[in-house]
Design a protein around this ligand. Structure first.
Ligand code: SF4
Length: 488
């Protein structure tokens, strides 16, 4: 048997797609924190979704067993990912589909653009898909003169608002009703000025707009939540039915899927279809689950292409700690419980993947040097692990990436590092430690009402963000010596 060398795993290339933050997380977070409307919207939305999730998860006595099963299936699948992908390719091909392999975002965009151009279409309709945002497909299509129309309501709001998604599940979570009305009035042809900012009216306006697209588009582009290797079946779960329209009405369907979305069998799907809706929308089951395998003559699209995307995933798989991030089923539960995400929102992460999973997945896909601040966008409180339906140990991956970021970005020692080295030197000598303790009492001169509010440079960096407590009147050693009532 001849073997083909497919090259070493590579990270997602810079300059294409939506994985490369243009500013550091602390800088972007500062801007987001100043936006009170954004914080109000985020607080209200995440509180509601959290409560719904907790209620439906609490109904299942075997929820923890389901989580363990999801974790085990994902780990076993990743251990034999190559075999499952080849089986998937065989089964899709057997049923009339065509499979394409894309090493990175640029190659995937080239493949999809070429496929659309071959049909003669100059516009496509899209099912909500994170992976096509990851590769910057809409922008690549626009450069080729092809208009891409988002059909998920929240994605449509983001697209018409010339905005970026800020949540995996609810991309327009940062917008309120009044803002959405403004966007529709400005950008949606045929919308009347009497449009109210009531959810039903807004939904009906979007519905009328999208119907025109559904009935005329010849090509649709989708992502996939799962792909079942044993039968070559693609699965899309959604809430609005727009996905079903895209998947069934056009002549040509192109699905772009990250290689980690494959699962071996239908029995595995059973586990994930219980875990996903409860964790994402807080529903017992999602309203629309569309499944298809290849093509069926006279029914639905007559041409089906599946693009399997790497874009850094095999590099993540090669990372023994980080590979767990590939288990993610994009439910967004970790975002909704994260105290950092709840305050900054998704834009601060600078990537299509926000929140705790974005803080690990993005630097894993791009290489940590491309996004060195993201692993620090966390308090390491562990709420993300508790909420994750497939038990991804995000805090451990964050710590792993922080260590790697420190190793790879070696700089001249910071003031903090110098202070820590000095502290270690002083603390390892009892005599020096005693002198230092006595010398510290001089700090009492700077204290007002028990707190030191400003220290001289370089220690001023510490007091810029917090007070230091006033040193005590006596050191511990002095207290110990005189603890039986003597005077210090
Ligand atoms: S990491 Fe877990 S909780 Fe977060 S989106 Fe992925 S599956 Fe959901």
């Amino acid at each position: 048997m001849s073997k083909v060398f497919v090259g070493m795993p590579a990270h997602a290339p810079a300059g294409v797609g939506a994985l490369h933050a243009s500013e550091s997380f602390p800088a972007a977070a500062r801007t987001a924190l100043a936006d009170t409307q954004l914080r109000r919207n985020l607080g209200a939305a995440t509180t509601t979704i959290r409560a719904k999730r907790e209620a439906v998860v609490g109904e299942l006595a075997d929820w923890e067993q389901l989580r363990l099963a999801g974790q085990a299936i994902k780990a076993a699948t990743m251990a034999r990912l190559d075999e499952h992908l080849i089986r998937l390719e065989e089964e899709v091909t057997k049923r009339g589909g065509v499979v394409h392999w894309a090493r990175d975002a640029a190659e995937a965009n080239r493949i999809v653009t070429g496929l659309i151009q071959a049909t003669g279409a100059d516009e496509v309709i899209k099912v909500k898909s994170m992976v096509t945002q990851e590769i910057g497909l809409n922008e690549a299509l626009a450069e080729a003169g092809i208009a891409a129309w988002e059909t998920d309501l929240a994605e449509l709001i983001v697209q018409l608002g010339h905005d970026k998604p800020s949540h995996i599940l609810v991309p327009a979570i940062h917008r309120n009703r009044a803002e959405i009305r403004e966007i529709f009035l400005r950008e949606m042809p045929g919308v009347e000025a009497s449009l109210a900012d009531e959810p039903q009216e807004l939904a009906m306006a979007a519905r009328a707009h999208l119907r025109r697209k559904f009935l005329t588009a010849k090509v649709a582009v989708s992502g996939a939540n799962f792909a079942i290797a044993e039968t070559g079946t693609l699965v899309v779960v959604e809430s609005e039915g727009n996905g079903r329209m895209c998947l069934t009405l056009p002549d040509t369907l192109i699905t772009v899927m990250g290689i980690e979305k494959v699962i071996p069998s239908w029995t595995d799907l059973e586990v994930f279809l219980q875990l996903l809706p409860r964790s994402s929308t807080g529903e017992r089951m999602n309203p629309y689950t569309s499944m298809w395998a290849g093509i069926t003559e006279g029914d639905g699209p007559q041409e089906f292409h599946l693009v399997l995307l790497d874009n850094g995933r095999t590099a993540v798989l090669a990372d023994e700690v980080g590979r767990e991030a590939l288990h993610c089923i994009r439910c967004s539960a970790c975002l909704n419980v994260c105290p950092v995400y709840e305050r900054t929102g998704g834009h601060a992460y600078g990537s299509v993947y926000p929140g705790p999973i974005g803080a690990v997945l993005t630097p894993l896909l791009t290489g940590v040097l491309e996004n060195p601040s993201l692993p620090y966008a966390s308090t390491l409180c562990g709420a993300c692990f508790d909420a994750c339906p497939v038990r991804i140990d995000i805090p451990s991956i964050l710590v792993h990436l922080r260590a790697r970021s420190t190793e790879q970005t070696r700089k001249p020692p910071s003031a903090e590092a110098i202070a820590m080295t000095l502290a270690s030197w002083v603390m390892s000598s009892p005599r020096l430690f005693g002198w230092a303790g006595r010398a510290m009492r001089a700090g009492r001169l700077l204290a007002r009402r028990g707190r030191i509010r400003r220290l001289p440079p370089p220690l001023s960096a510490w007091t810029a963000a917090r007070d230091a407590p006033s040193p005590p009147r006596q050191t511990f050693r002095q207290w110990w010596r005189h603890r039986d009532g003597g005077t210090p």
